[in-house]
Design a binder for this molecule. Sequence first.
Ligand code: NAD
Ligand code: DAU
Length: 343
Amino acid sequence: MKLLVTGAAGFIGSAFVRMLLGRQDGTSVTVLDKLTYAGNLENLEPVRDLAGFAFVRGDIANAEVVNALTADLKPDAIVHFAAESHVDRSILSPGEFFETNLRGTFTLLEAARAYKVPRFVHVSTDEVYGSLDEPLEADENFPLNTSSPYSASKAGSDLLVRSYFLTYGLQTLITRASNNYGPYHFPEKLIPLMINNALEGKELPVYGDGMQVRDWLFVEDHARGIEAVLKSGRAGEIYNIGGNCSLPNLEVVNRIIAATGASPSQIKYVQDRPGHDRRYALDSSKLTRETGWSPQVEFNDGLRITVDWYRNNRGWIDRVRSKEYLKFYDENYTRRGPAGVAA
Ligand code: NAD
Ligand code: DAU
């Protein structure tokens, strides 16, 4: 298979490419990535010299770049990971979420249509279903109910992808995964941020009361789920990919404290995220039923692997905490009030 993979210098896309190329079975991958603050060529270092790997730096919203690459490569499929992915950044600066997640997806769809790409996998999120009361779990027919500019932009892109299937017959597939964790995760998201702050004796900033629930999925399980959809999903369909591991944030933080040897006194309750979704929960039985996929990595095992990775890769973490990261950290945390104060 010859794949065009967008956004694979990031966390999940790089795991997907490392998994596929690591097998050396003739699959070839061309990565298209803008290398934003979240894109990092070090994430692709393990596969950089393997046969079948190519990298193009470019913006998915740039039609000239996308059209030329698609025409030249003639991929068997586009697997589309590229996105602005952090909810807190979408609250501080929503414009880039519109540009990349909506215009960028539109630009790729247009190229796929023009150059007759046989398959288009759009990587989306459980956040499009919004907050769910216990004991609800969202299946793929659940209504869209977004809260943040990030989730709204992802839901919009999902609808656009669906429209290309219904209108133009483009062979699209949409995946919606729950919260990922694992190695190479940029330290702005809950788990990598808490692990690294814990290891360094810093504060652990818990939003609001810390009782928001997320379903945790090890990134390699997600990569296998996307491969299952790419290879055996039915065109036009949506597939949820959940970790089957719902935990309140405070429980996650306490397990990180236990795994790193940090002190519970490092926890600091801070002002809640505006529009914060209380609970996500996914029903991914459709993917299991149709492809046999299921998550394989237990949370405590995945967490241990992740903590070990950060302990052993202090250089990686130092390098990704650039000036840009410090500016974001200052904007999002230093100026944040205490918990209980309205956002
Ligand atoms: P990430 O932020 O780690 O990586 C995003 C990548 O996209 C980076 O390499 C970045 O340089 C690239 N990129 C951003 N804008 C671009 C543009 N305009 N043109 C080309 N490249 C661009 O994100 P991630 O966590 O790996 O998420 C990947 C995908 O999975 C996203 O679509 C996200 O919505 C989805 N998703 C993420 C999670 C999660 O828990 N992280 C869960 C479900 C779905
Ligand atoms: O559900 C899938 C989504 O998971 C993906 O689509 C997004 O790309 C990904 O960023 C993630 O979104 P969340 O907002 O759920 O992830 P985040 O790691 O930012 O936050 C997880 C929970 O932890 C959430 O309830 C907010 C809380 N939190 C987060 C941070 C960064 C804190 O309490 N403190 C923090 O410092």
